[in-house]
Structures are given as structure tokens and as C-alpha cells.
Design a protein around this ligand. Sequence first.
Ligand code: KIV
Ligand code: ZN
Length: 521
Amino acid sequence: MDRIVIFDTTLRDGEQSPGATLNAAGKIEIARQLVRLGVDVIEAGFPAASPGDLKAVRRISREVEGPVICALARCERADIDKAWEAVRDAGKARIHIFIATSDIHMQHKLRMSREAVLKRTREMVSYARSLCEDVEFSPEDASRSEVEFLYQVLEVALAAGATTLNIPDTVGYATPGEFGALIQGIRQNVSGIDDAILSVHCHDDLGLATANSLAGVLAGARQVECTVNGLGERAGNAALEEIVMALYTRPQYFNLTSGIVTTEIYPTSRMVANYTGLAVQANKAIIGANAFAHEAGIHQDGILKNRLTYEIMDASVIGLAQSRLVLGKHSGRHALANKLEELGYHLDTEDLNKLFKRFKELADKKKEVADADLEVIVSDEIFQPEVVYAVDQIQVFCGNGSIPTATVRLRGPDGVYVVDSNHGTGPVDAMYEAINRIVGIPNDLVEFSINAVTEGIDAVGEVTIRIQEKLDNGGSPVNPQTGRKRRIFSGHGADTDIIVASAKAYVSALNKLIGSRNGDY
Ligand code: KIV
Ligand code: ZN
């Protein structure tokens, strides 16, 4: 079987998902988990995008061993210099450069002629090659590029020293038949193509990213670019777990393999959801909460008689623990540690102690603590941004015929406690208004969702929110300090009291927003 190179771009294209902001510490932890998962290449960031990105890629290059560490750059000397500065210390380094090749991008975005794009490609690929032996080239918007011109650009990139040629369906426009034919056409018409690895990079705007990537692979591509949970620009990128499990589940059809340790898929998915604050939809293939759940009576009956009637994969293959061990208030630290390991969380003593305290508090309120409860308290305790403000006490007054009012006490910078009150349209609004009076950072709440983690009246409530920074800049969508668009930050919080969970989620998002102003994100 041929082996497919798994190129993970969760930390670059994935981090471009609105709200999926990660700080350097979160990126390092995810990169370490990607090593356990067995990816071949980690695209760690786009160093020219911000000094924070450059720093994070450099730390990953220095601290994470195993996979190739790659940095993205436009076809510009300054970008390439920054990418090289960021990855040069990696055990295996790669520079990935791109330039758009579709008429619409060249005319309206780059304002460059075809000749100029060819010249720039030649010069910048050879410049990148003069720095690094491993250079990947991407003709952005390849699937909408005039195909003869695309062949020409690829030949130029190859002759200038590119070692991987990546074909992006940047706007998720292609269909599987077309995309497979594009890859086949490139293999047949680009001279010297066998000297490079051919790669695919598909976006999911029409829900076809995985299908297109697999069509590319069937047509001869040997690297797939993908992200954990399918994160990425707009509708996202091809999901790593879908690509890998398609190859794993249908070996006779694909006759291809990957180096992925499939039992790390679920823990990686949880970790990425926790750090980015972007929850996985319940019906998401492979890793969604319902992916292995059977509701219909006929299906349940079939499963009981023979699992293969309705299940094409075994949940344990992706690392979904199926132990019957249920924790309760008599469970000790050792049982908790075992359970967390089983769920894929490898925690140090300090984190385990924090979690044990939270677990005991919860076990006092709930008879049985389910795996799902543990997952949310792990996110609530461990996967949080640097704490600037922390929720200390909340008190709300609300109900029919009253003015919802909240009093909040937060622990702020230097450990100073601050109390304030406000009213609002409901208890959550009143509490957020009180927090706003303390923190004083204008923002718009763009999403608020609340979810009961398990069934029953004693269930833990998990709140996920997204806030967008609000700037005092005459309504311009761009932040003059950073030159970037108004950014979105997610936050999550969990508690058996949903008002407390809502407060924690809001404060966690505010901590990220504050961190972004200090260059952490
Ligand atoms: O989607 C895209 O075209 C990209 C390139 C930078 C590879 O992400
Ligand atoms: Zn992309």
C-alpha cells in the first residue's frame, strides 16, 4: 500500500476560523498532541501575519519533535524571511509559499499579469530553496485557474526547486469528478511532476472537501492537507478524521494507508474543540456525539444482534472509551486519574489536583459523574486562557414583574477583588452588564449557546459564547493597532448553575480579548 502524507494545518488554516483564536501555549499543547496522533507535517502558522504567530511557530519548531514543521508565506521575500526565521531550528523544516493563479485573483486581488506571477513564482521558489531544502508551492485558487496557465506555473515552481506541489480548492468550488480530473491532468501534463509530491488542499464551502480530497488521492495525489474537526476559513477544510477513517475503513477500495494512530483521533478532537472553543456538531462524521449513537428501534435491535449491521467502524478504533466505570462521590483520585487517561487526557499533578477538587464538588451534587461531565470540567479548568479576571461570586435577582439585576464579584489583575451591579433584560444580560462595568472592554455578543451535558435536572450546563471586539474607530471594520479585522473570541464555562456557567464563559472570552491586546493571540 502507498502511504499518504498527512499534512495538518489546524494551527494555520484551522486557526483562521472566526473565534478559533489560540495563544502560544495552546498551540504548543495541540502540536504535541498532533505528534501523538502521528501526523507527518504540522503547518504551525503564518509568521508574517503577526509577531505572535512568528513567536508561536518558532517555539513549536524548537520544542516539538518528530513531524516536519512548516510555515506559510506569500511569494514575498519579507514573508519568506519570517517563515524561515520561524522554522529554521526545527529538526525538519519546510517553507510553504503561495500565490494566486486564477484570473479573478490575479486581476482583482494581486493586480498582476500572468507573466508577473510566473516571474514571481520562479524568483520566490528559488529564494525559499536557497534557505530551506523542503519547499512547498501552492497556486492559490488552483481549481478556478485556467488549466494551461496552471500547468505552466507548476512547471516553473518545479524547475525553481519546489519539492511539494499543493493544489488548493481555495473556495470549495470543485466537485469530486472535476477535482480528480484536475489532479490527473496535472500528472499527465506537467513535466517533471514525478520529482515532487503532489498534494491536495480542499475547502468545504459545498460540503465536498473530504470527497474532493479523496478524489485527488485516487487520481495520484500523495499528500492531503486537512484539519482536526474540519476547522478552517469559512466552512472549513477537509477534516483529518474523515480522510484517515475513509482510508482505514475502505482499504480494498483505496489501497492506501496513513501513519495516523487512530486511537488518538478522539482525544485530539476534544483537545482542539476545548482550546479553540469551537464545539463539534453532534452529527459530525467520526467524532460527533451522535456518530456512534443508535436511536431507532430497528437499528438498536440490529446492533444488539450484530454490531456490523449498522456500524462500519468500531468506536474504540478512534479512541472513544467504552468502559463501564462510573465515578461517584466515593471515587478517589486514582480512579479519576485512570478515567482521565482513558478519555485521552494526560494531566500533570497540579492539573489533576485542580480537577479532583472540581470533581468532588460535582459528585456532591450529582449521584453519578458521567464521562461527558468530566470532559466539560476538564475544559472548564484546564483549557482556559491566561486568567486576567476570574469569577468569584454572582448573585442575580430576576423573575416575573421584576427588574433583572445582578451583582458580580470578580478577582482582577493583581488579585484585587472588584464588585459591581447592573440591570438588564434578563438575568444573563444583567450579569454581563455588571461584568462590563468592571472590565470596561466594549464588545458585541455574537453567539450564546447553552447545552445540558447529560440528562436530568442535576445536569451540568455548558455555555459557549463568542464576542467580537468593538472599536472606537468610527465604525471601521479594521483595528488600527493590529491592522486586522475586528476579531472574534470564544469562551466556554460549565457549572450546574447556568448563570455561573454563563459568567465563566463570558469572562473566559474577555480574557482572550485582553490577551490579544498584549499580543498573546
Ligand atoms: O486555501 C488555500 O488556498 C490556502 C493556501 C494558502 C494553500 O490555504
Ligand atoms: Zn486553505
